[in-house]
Design a protein. Sequence first.
Length: 273
Amino acid sequence: LLLRRPSLDEYVLLMPRGATIAYPQDITALLMMMDVHPGDTVLETGSGSGAMSLFLSRAVGPKGRVLSYEIREDHHNLAKKNYRHWRSAWEIGHTDEWPDNVQFILKDISTAAADLKSVTLDAVVLDMLNPQCALPVVHSSLKQGGVCAVYLANITQVIDLLDRIRSCKLPFLCERIIEVTHRSWSVLPAKLKHNKSSQMVETQENIEETPQNEYEEIHIQDEAVLKESEYNESLSDAAETNHSVPYIARPSHWQEAHSAFLTKLRKFQPLLS
């Protein structure tokens, strides 16, 4: 029995949720889009359950800063609670403290223009129903060339976002729109029809007929099982090496569904007209 503390990506999947979380594979892609460095100042709109806030906190480090805006009080309180619990758990197994670098703000981002006037943002991440409403507010504080990454559930929202940028002539260029998909695989020793693992086969010089036939029988039986399966399974070439058994490799029965469209916007405002 192995007991261990969860990693950050495991914690955000297990922690209490209010809003649907941004999943770790999407969060890491967003961080890569924004090119977040230690010491950066990053704005997040839509604290949700605090998943993105935690990853941003780690990315910007002790000298960085995260401003996390949330309009709903229940989500705001839950995000702060999950963040606090993670920091407390971190200190149990580590000598260094988790940085206290996230400022959770209960406020509508569309009314926060005055608050952001004196702030220079290195990056912005928007996870909200209508992110186009936040762009006119945040773009003036975002540094030239900075990235605004947007997390959107469906492609219609992406179209609405890009149309608002075009119609309002906002200083953003759309560089990428992606989905992040992970395909899980199962790699296991092959099973015979009588549900026993294949026996180890040792290659020998001047091999007798019986061991060779035994291997062929195993191989044929495994192939028969594969043909009856509805999945794309294959035998590993390792079965032909010394001291090995046949392996089956196939996609797992259960696969993760679509989570979000990630849109990368870069601020581009010509200095000369």
